[in-house]
Design a protein around this ligand. Structure first.
Ligand SMILES: [Cu+2]
Length: 167
């Protein structure tokens, strides 16, 4: 019964309830932002908790070329009062025992050269590569910005107890 309820919750809030595990890493709420037609780029967001005793690094993300030509790891940086995006050289560090959140306005995955719009409700396989933990491929759901903001605001700082069935 508990499992059935959990499954129903996943259906109701696809992005908010998802979690995957890779070694010492817990990856929560992976989601891609829906785009209007002809948008050339899109953002991807997730929360990564390193439960291990050693640091790791998210070094790359990849997606099928027909979905997006390439994926970069980005951060936001303030320059002379203007917020701009920069590619994170060397990857996104994941310190031991800490949670790093990629979310709107901060660190994010950046998809370039979209083959078409990303449609809310669709899923796209994204492969994340970590320096220590290796690779994992997630079927990342697409959601609108409002839903994405709600996910990351509600999730707050710590993980929210979901366990589990990864991809
Ligand atoms: Cu970016």
């Amino acid at each position: 019964m508990i499992r059935l309820l959990a499954a129903l919750a996943v259906l109701a809030t696809p992005a908010a309830a998802e979690m995957a595990t890779l070694g010492d890493l817990r990856i929560a709420t992976p989601v891609l932002r829906a785009t209007p037609p002809a948008a050339p780029v899109a953002g991807g967001f997730l929360r990564i908790t390193n439960t291990g005793a050693a640091g790791d690094t998210l070094v790359a993300a990849a997606i099928a070329p027909e979905v997006a030509g390439r994926v970069e790891l980005h951060a936001m940086e303030m320059n002379d009062g203007v917020m701009s995006m920069i590619e994170v050289e060397g990857g996104i560090e994941l310190p031991a025992g800490e949670t790093v959140t990629l979310m709107p306005g901060g660190l994010h995955l950046m998809l370039f050269d979209l083959g078409g719009p990303l449609v809310a409700g669709d899923r796209h396989a994204v492969t994340l590569t970590f320096a220590e933990a290796g690779e994992i491929t997630l079927a990342m759901p697409v959601a609108g910005l409002g839903e994405i903001r709600a996910i990351f605001e509600e999730a707050g700082g710590m993980g929210h107890g979901a366990s589990g069935h990864g991809n």
